[in-house]
Design a protein around this ligand. Structure first.
Ligand SMILES: NC(=O)CC[C@H](N)C(=O)O
Length: 374
């Protein structure tokens, strides 16, 4: 079946349908990960976006019940060069095509994803539409132009959990799969704010020794402080951090009271709560092969990333300093508060998908909590 991808600036790509059929739209971004498409599909931070994979063959390893970052597919469209229906992996239980169909996600295959990526790189991430029912370029471009811009959209409060819950599962291991960690090994009480949290963050926190209670995005700081946690964690999530005023005000109440660690959207919200500002990047960073330097140790780590916004570190010059830097585009990859036990990173130390170079950051959070335990 035919499918067409139209970008808001008028560029058209003709391909073939896979996954669900119909029409879908969102901000088109490219992801440079060579593996891990299932984690990309289930990452809540992709809500409102359509993802094109730069790796050319997608589908080879099928879909398995374990490699999920949430219980749902959040992205609105999936774009690949060559879809492979014939999968091979000892854990796989279904094909990618069947998975997308089952979850109602429209895909397009057989387009020149290299040309699409170069276009997005040169012109910037932009809205687009995939259709298997309308093939008229003019009508498609008109529809793509009518989609609201990602800037100004609060999507995170729409994907958060509805009530607090406790998490006890640790990191996956070949022998045990996902282990249930003994409560006696969880020494640090952490309240984790869910803005669309990836499950591997929770597993990393638990494996580092944290007793984690996950709470909704607007859970009052007073109630979180009443639980007397050793630290506060701020999660990743979709959309623009800037319009999330209530959440930002809430985060301010933890500053100076508890150690805080933020990842991705959590890092951006922390930047805003500390009085800084965030900006929208031209096309952002999405992939699992992005070099970052830890400014304290001068060590380079290869990281997983997925963001379109960034913290302007100059806007925080009196409060926080640059702690990690992206070596590709020199964007702010992490910050540390100048006097308080507060730090955050733009990249994803939980990987999933990606290398484990940055796992040490969860231990850094634990060390910080140990030092400030009351
Ligand atoms: N993965 C994330 O938390 C993404 C943060 C934010 N939505 C951005 O695009 O920059």
């Amino acid at each position: 079946m035919k499918a067409v991808l139209a970008l808001a600036d008028g560029r058209i790509f003709k391909g073939k349908a896979f996954g669900a059929t119909g029409e879908t739209s969102g901000e088109v971004v490219f992801n440079t990960a060579m593996s891990g498409y299932q984690e990309v599909l289930t990452d809540p931070s992709y809500k409102g976006q359509m993802v094109t994979m730069t790796y050319t063959q997608i589908g080879n390893t099928g879909i398995n019940p374990e490699d999920i970052e949430s219980n749902q597919l959040y992205l609105s469209g999936f774009i690949v060069r060559e879809y492979l229906d014939c999968y091979s992996n000892y854990r796989a239980t279904m094909s990618l095509d069947a998975y997308l169909k089952e979850n109602g996600v429209v895909g397009i295959q057989g387009i020149d994803t290299r040309a699409l990526t170069r276009h997005l790189r040169d012109k910037g991430a932009q809205n687009g539409i995939i259709s298997t029912i309308d093939f008229d370029p003019e009508s498609l471009v008109k529809k793509a132009r009518a989609i609201p811009s990602m800037s100004g959209l609060d999507l995170a409060t729409g994907v958060t959990c509805s009530a607090p819950y406790h998490w006890t599962q640790g990191l996956w291991d070949l022998q045990t799969g996902y282990p249930e960690v003994d409560k006696r090994d969880l020494k640090y009480k952490v309240v984790a704010y869910d803005f669309g949290i990836k499950l591997n963050i929770l597993r990393c926190l638990v494996s580092a020794g944290c007793d984690v209670t996950v709470v909704p995005a607007t859970f009052p700081a007073e109630s979180a402080l009443a639980m007397n946690p050793d630290g506060i964690f701020l999660s990743n999530g979709p959309g623009d951090p800037e319009p999330m005023k209530e959440v930002i005000e809430n985060i301010k109440k933890f500053v100076g009271k508890k150690p805080i660690f933020g990842i991705c959207l959590g890092h951006q919200l922390l930047g805003l709560a500390l009085g800084g500002r965030t900006i929208k990047l031209k096309f952002g960073n999405h992939g699992s092969n992005l070099p970052v330097m830890d400014m304290a140790t001068r060590k380079v780590e290869i990281t997983a990333q997925n963001h379109g916004f960034s913290v302007d570190i100059l806007s925080l010059s009196n409060v926080a300093g640059l702690a990690h830097e992206n070596l590709n585009d020199q964007t702010v990859e992490g910050m540390a508060h100048k006097t308080l036990p507060i730090f955050s990173v733009q990249h994803h130390p939980e990987a999933s998908p990606g290398p484990h170079d940055s796992h040490y950051l969860f231990d850094r959070f634990v060390e910080m909590m140990e030092k400030h335990k009351n």
